[in-house]
Write a new protein. Structure first.
Length: 287
C-alpha cells in the first residue's frame, strides 16, 4: 500500500463518524389535527354529521385534505407525521383512506387534550386542517366552540376558538402552530391570536351561504401551504398565556359544577388553576 493510500484510509477512518452524522437527516415531527366544519364545500351540520346524507362524501374530502397536508409535510422533510382525527366522535377518518406514511390517532380520549391527544415535546410543528371559527363569530361558516352549548370560552381575558385553546395545549410542550386551513373567518381569527402563520381560506361566508375553492384547488393549496409553513417554521413561536389560568365559560344550558369552579351568574362560570390541562378538564366538564 502506498503512503498516499494510507493517508486516505486514515482520513476516512477519522472523518467517517462525522460524515455519517452529517448525512443523517434531522428529525422533523409534525402533528396534524383535523376537523370537518372547515373543509372545502361544507356548509351545514348535516354535511359533517354521520347521519347526514352527504357525510360519506365529506368524509372522503376530510381524508383528501388530510393527505394533502401529509404530503406537504413529507415534501418539507418530515420524518414522522401523527394525524389526530378531531371531529365529533373522532372516528371520521378511515385508516385505509389515510396516507400510509402517517400514523393515525382516532377515537375519543379521556384526557383534557381532546383534539390534541398525542401531542408532546418531541414534535416540531402543528398543522390544523378543516378548522372553524368560535361561537358567535360574524361572517363565519359552521362556527361554534366545542359544543353548541358554549356561548364563549376565554382564558385570562382572551376569547378562544378551538384552534386557540388547542394552540395553547401545543404551547405547553413548546410546539408552535404553523398552518391552518378552514374558512376565512378562522384564518383571520387564528392569525390575530397566533401571528402570521401560513393559512389557506378554502371558503368564505356570503349572506349565510358559502363560496370557495373546489376540493382539488383546496388540496393543492393545502399541500403547498403546509410545505411552505414547515420550511418557515422558525418564524412561529409556541402560543402561551402566563399562569395562573382563569377560565370564564358562558353556556346556554348549565352543567354540574366542576370542583373548584364558581358560578358567577346564570350560565357563567369561572375556574382558576396554574395547570392549563386542569382548566381544560373543567371546561370539558361544564361545556
Amino acid at each position: 500500500m502506498t503512503r498516499i493510500s494510507c493517508i486516505a484510509c486514515a482520513l476516512v477512518a477519522l472523518l467517517g463518524p462525522w460524515t455519517a452524522a452529517v448525512a443523517q437527516p434531522a428529525e422533523l415531527k409534525v402533528f396534524i389535527s383535523v376537523d370537518m366544519e372547515g373543509l372545502a364545500g361544507a356548509i351545514s351540520s348535516s354535511d359533517v354529521s354521520p347521519s347526514g346524507p352527504d357525510y360519506a362524501h365529506f368524509r372522503g374530502l376530510m381524508a383528501a385534505e388530510t393527505n394533502a397536508a401529509i404530503d406537504g409535510a413529507f415534501r418539507a422533510g418530515a420524518t414522522d407525521v401523527l394525524v389526530r382525527d378531531s371531529h365529533g366522535g373522532k372516528q371520521n377518518l378511515l385508516p385505509g383512506d389515510v396516507d400510509p406514511r402517517a400514523r393515525l390517532l382516532r377515537g375519543v380520549s379521556e384526557g383534557p387534550k381532546n383534539m390534541m391527544e398525542g401531542i408532546d415535546s418531541t414534535f416540531d410543528a402543528v398543522v390544523f386542517i378543516g378548522y372553524h371559527a368560535s361561537a358567535g363569530t360574524p361572517d363565519a361558516i359552521l362556527e361554534h366552540t366545542s359544543t353548541g352549548n358554549v356561548i364563549d370560552f376565554s382564558i385570562n381575558g382572551v376569547s378562544l376558538p378551538e384552534g386557540g385553546y388547542n394552540a395553547l395545549v401545543a404551547g405547553l410542550y413548546g410546539v408552535p402552530v404553523v398552518f391552518v386551513a378552514g374558512d376565512r373567518a378562522v384564518v383571520e381569527q387564528l392569525s390575530g391570536l397566533l401571528g402570521p402563520l401560513e393559512a389557506v381560506a378554502v371558503k368564505e361566508e356570503i349572506a349565510g351561504a358559502a363560496v370557495g375553492m373546489s376540493p382539488q384547488q383546496a388540496q393543492d393549496a393545502i399541500r403547498s401551504g403546509v410545505e411552505q409553513a414547515l420550511r418557515n417554521r422558525a418564524r412561529m413561536q409556541p402560543y402561551r398565556l402566563a399562569p395562573p389560568y382563569t377560565m370564564v365559560l358562558k353556556v346556554q344550558e348549565e352543567r354540574p359544577l366542576y370542583p373548584g369552579a364558581a358560578r358567577e351568574r346564570n350560565g357563567e362560570f369561572t375556574f382558576t388553576s396554574v395547570d392549563l390541562l386542569e382548566v381544560l378538564d373543567a371546561f370539558n366538564a361544564m361545556k
